[in-house]
Design a protein around this ligand. Structure first.
Ligand SMILES: Cc1cc2nc3c(=O)[nH]c(=O)nc-3n(C[C@H](O)[C@H](O)[C@H](O)COP(=O)(O)OP(=O)(O)OC[C@H]3O[C@@H](n4cnc5c(N)ncnc54)[C@H](O)[C@@H]3O)c2cc1C
Length: 399
């Protein structure tokens, strides 16, 4: 049986960041990815924040910078212009494969087309002792001291152990990556209201010259009937705004995926096991973005797992990871979830009014808000009475 200190299930941004940090800290690491290559199937639109990803060595050759943020509802429109780009749209394949190269360079082993099929437990005390994996070299058993569950939405390891259940609320999205004849490379567009998504939103995210991701996301179970792919086809076929101004559109890739929308898991550490990324529910509920958390907490999970190898690798030893996540983000995520649940019930008219609020925001306020950084948010600039009170409550909670 091959033996490692740390086995990581899942080669998304969370697993790759954990592999890098754990190997960098001197641990013997293996990462197992079920698909044929890293970022083989794309399940994300790849929007994130430049300052966050530059910290992790993902530079401008892997993203398209975004300076302006446009919003459309049935009868309203807001454009928030920035001076310099703060957001970006990743070239997901090259960016995630760059993380894989960094992990390999740091000394981590990576096996693709290698699906974790089961967890091995010690016969003496029942503790996690390794993983069973179906690989191109045949069925392998891997022994390890710590497992990191970075399997994304499915939380494969934790579910297999019966310690977490399926997500009750989740987002499901369909997206085409398209050739677009006319594209404003510096601006993203978010579209809200029933025509675009009855319980979610639609988007146009420019990736590179004449290339954009156009998609639709819906929140289950709040919106149980809409099929996001059908809605996406409808938006493109009917040439709803802003598609009407984009000239010829030709899809060249179809992406489809699920993202948790329940808020963070109650516990993200167990004896011999850490959960990270989507598996842990580390997602900003306002727009269901998780890449930056996957990378940040992936790094931390890898580092702490390596540090705890001298100890027992039990739940208590991992408390630094647990605490860092909870103290910094847990509350923000829960507050973001409340705002999002309110959004899910809004009518087209209410969305028109909400878009009016955005027009009064500075770009800095808008970015803090959309990132769920409520504690920095200034509610005095918000004219819409109901929301004003709500944001004030949130601000008080974080001041
Ligand atoms: C439609 C859509 C659009 C999104 N857009 C954005 C966005 O614009 N910005 C943003 O920040 N976030 C976005 N997200 C969320 C974002 O994609 C996730 O938060 C992020 O990818 C989480 O990273 P992860 O590494 O935890 O999981 P994942 O990226 O899902 O990676 C998990 C990996 O584990 C592998 N795996 C699963 N089971 C096994 C197994 N048994 N054995 C081996 N390997 C396994 C999978 O193949 C996969 O490669 C979006 C999500 C969806 C669904």
């Amino acid at each position: 049986m091959a033996s490692y200190d740390i086995a990581i299930a899942g080669g998304g941004p969370a697993g790759l960041s954990a592999a890098y940090a754990a190997a960098q800290a001197g641990a013997k690491v293996i990462l197992l990815e079920k698909e044929d290559s890293i970022a083989h199937s794309i399940r994300t639109s790849g929007v994130t924040w430049i300052d966050e990803i530059e910290k992790f060595g993902i530079h401008s050759d892997h993203y398209n910078p975004i300076r302006n943020y446009s919003f459309l509802s049935k009868s309203n429109q807001a454009l928030i212009r920035g001076v310099s780009p703060k957001a970006c749209v990743l070239n997901v394949r090259t960016a995630f494969q760059h993380l894989a190269m960094k992990a390999a360079e740091a000394g981590s082993e990576i096996m693709v087309r290698s699906k974790v099929t089961d967890v091995i437990r010690s016969s003496s005390d029942g503790r996690i002792a390794g993983l069973k994996v179906k690989t191109p070299k045949g069925e392998l058993e891997i022994s390890c001291k710590v497992v990191i569950d970075a399997t994304g939405f499915i939380s494969y390891i934790a579910r297999r152990l019966g310690i977490v259940s399926e997500w009750k609320s989740y987002g499901v999205g369909a997206e085409y990556e398209c050739y677009c004849e006319n594209l404003d490379l510096e601006s993203w567009v978010l579209m809200v209201g029933t025509e675009y998504s009855d319980g979610g939103y639609a988007w146009v995210f420019p990736v590179s010259n004449n290339r954009a991701r156009i998609g639709v996301g819906v929140a289950r179970p709040y919106c149980s009937t809409t099929n996001p792919l059908q809605k996406l086809n409808y938006i493109i076929d009917k040439r709803l705004r802003p598609i009407d101004e984009m000239g010829k559109i030709q899809p060249i890739e179809l992406h489809y995926g699920y993202v948790p929308n329940d808020g963070p898991r109650t516990s993200i550490t167990y004896d011999g096991l850490l959960l990270v990324g989507d598996s842990a529910g580390q997602v900003n509920p306002l727009v269901l973005e998780g890449i930056r958390f996957a990378m940040e907490y992936g790094r931390l999970a890898g580092k702490i797992a390596a540090k705890c190898l001298q100890l027992n690798s039990c739940k208590d030893d991992f408390r630094e990871y647990d605490r860092a996540w909870k103290e910094t983000n847990h509350g923000k995520m829960l507050s973001g979830l409340k705002v999002q649940r309110r959004w899910l019930r809004m009518s087209d008219n209410e969305w028109d009014r909400e878009i009016e609020i955005l027009k009064g925001m500075s770009v800095e306020e808008f970015l803090d808000f959309i990132k769920a950084e409520f504690y920095r948010f200034n509610p005095d600039l918000i004219p819409f009475a109901g929301l004003w009170k709500y944001y004030r409550k949130l601000k008080n909670a974080f001041s």
